[in-house]
Design a protein around this ligand. Structure first.
Ligand code: FES
Length: 175
């Protein structure tokens, strides 16, 4: 076999492996494969699996959704539909901390919108995005149960009440 044939043989095999790995990403998601084996056949297992997968990888990119759909023998549209329906699932990598500005009625009328506008500018991102340094994901909430002391902002599990645009900078500096 000539040198050229060897080279072209290798390259064809390498590209077919790369393609196969793209289509069947099981090798990249061994922990999720284990979770799927554990929950397969249980009622409501799709949500449990998605939840565990997001816990492991931080988000649910399309590639991972494809793997889950294929492993459970479900159409991708069903998996993608569940991911987009529940706000706690995310297809994009999340930041280290999640900021949720409440825009429920009480918070909206008491300045929630100003906090959103201020954060857009100071973080340099829009709602639903993550800062470039991966520190903050910026989201909107609809009432977080602190209406009496609106406007409220939640960072991870901590609720901050009577927040203003000026106060939010000092709060974020602690993170
Ligand atoms: S409306 Fe914001 S906490 Fe209820």
């Amino acid at each position: 076999m000539s040198q050229t044939q060897v080279r072209s043989g290798r390259s064809a095999r390498d590209s077919s492996l790369a393609y196969a790995d793209n289509v069947r990403p099981a090798a990249r998601y061994p922990e999720v494969a284990e979770v799927i084996d554990r929950y397969r056949g249980h009622e409501g297992c799709l949500i449990q699996i998605l939840h565990a997968a997001q816990g492991i990888y931080g988000c649910l990119p399309l590639d991972l959704q494809m793997f889950i759909a294929e492993s459970l023998d479900l159409p991708l549209s069903e998996v993608a539909g569940v991911v987009s329906f529940y706000s706690f699932f995310s297809v994009n990598p999340r930041g280290q901390h999640t900021i949720r500005v409440c825009l429920g009625t009480a918070c909206y009328v008491r300045g929630g919108k100003k906090i959103v506008d201020h954060l857009r500018e100071s973080l340099g991102i829009d709602v639903g995005e993550t800062t470039e340094d991966g520190k903050f994901t910026f989201e909107i909430a609809r009432c977080i149960g602190a209406c009496g002391l609106a406007p409220a902002v939640m960072i991870d599990d901590t609720v901050y009440k009577q927040v203003s645009a000026a106060k939010i900078d000092a709060i974020l500096a602690k993170y």
